[in-house]
Design a protein. Structure first.
Length: 286
């Protein structure tokens, strides 16, 4: 079974950062993992395109004050959550300083087992986080990530508890296979595993369908009740989220499909839809 020994959780001043950190600490307690809480936000001055033009330098003190307030707010959140939930755990705080958020996250993602990231919240424009941070980190680093939604009613402990319900989006691709491998620690503890199959493969054909996937999961000690659902190709992202609600899933597992050309990120339809509209934690891998 895959083991998780190193977790990097991205922290910023957004409201759901506390839930992100709580989930990271619970995962660390479950799997005896080390947690690095990475505070990384793009400095406010970097987000002002006219910062270097004549007359705009007067904005710099106000922008630096904004950065300072963000830092204090997030550090206080970290201290509170670790005091309440981190006793006996190996937890450390890392401040990325003036590094852009993506640069700071990308380097550390290469030497950890799992990322904890937050879905982009369009109402938090002052948080200093790029809208494409999650997708870029997934596509360019290859490190699996649990993405925590900024909305929706879910308990942080439901993401890691034994006996949870997990929905797995499956089609015979590298991305989906990597996501399922990354999810094995969750799957072996699950009460129910729902398999959402885009198009059932013919048994005995070259591409693995539901039967082959179930057999592989059994080899890894997945004993949960397995149920299969068919998802259409027209709006797969929306259908996955609807199915997740129908089966009361605690976690959605799926591949992240996309590529990046000079930071111009192009996502597949299902990946884009889920990252935009998710209301439950999603484990994604590219």
């Amino acid at each position: 079974m895959n083991t998780i020994r190193s977790i990097v959780v991205h922290l910023d001043a957004a409201p759901r950062a506390a839930a992100r950190l709580q989930i990271a600490l619970q995962l660390a307690r479950t799997w005896s993992a080390q947690v690095t809480a990475l505070y990384a936000v793009t400095p406010a001055a970097f987000t002002v395109p006219l910062m270097l033009t004549e007359g705009t330098s007067s904005l710099l003190p106000a922008l630096e004050q904004l950065d300072h307030e963000r830092h204090l707010q997030t550090r206080a959140l970290y201290e509170r959550v670790v005091a309440e939930n981190g006793k006996g755990l190996d937890v450390s705080w890392v401040d990325a300083g003036r590094e852009p958020a993506y640069t700071a996250l990308a380097g550390r993602a290469l030497v950890c087992d799992l990322l904890l990231l937050g879905q982009h919240d369009p109402t938090q424009s002052a948080a200093g986080i790029e809208a494409d941070l999650v997708a870029t980190a997934l596509v360019e680093t290859g490190t699996p990530a649990v993405v925590v939604p900024y909305a929706g009613d879910f308990a942080p402990d439901s993401t890691v508890r034994a006996g949870s319900s997990v929905l797995v989006a499956w089609k015979p691709t590298r991305e989906a296979a990597r996501a399922v491998r990354a999810a094995l620690p969750w799957l072996v503890c699950a009460r129910q595993v729902h398999l959402a199959i885009e198009s059932p493969a013919a048994e005995g054909g070259p591409w693995p369908g539901a039967a082959q996937l179930k057999a592989w999961l059994a080899l890894h000690g997945v004993t949960a009740e397995l149920r299969t659902h068919t998802v259409g190709r027209t709006t797969p992202g929306e259908m996955l989220l609807s199915l997740a609600a129908d089966v009361a899933a605690d976690l959605l597992v799926m591949g992240c499909f996309g590529h990046s050309r000079a930071r111009e990120l192009v996502l597949g339809g299902a990946s884009r839809s889920v990252l935009n509209a998710m209301t439950l934690p999603v484990l994604m891998a590219h």
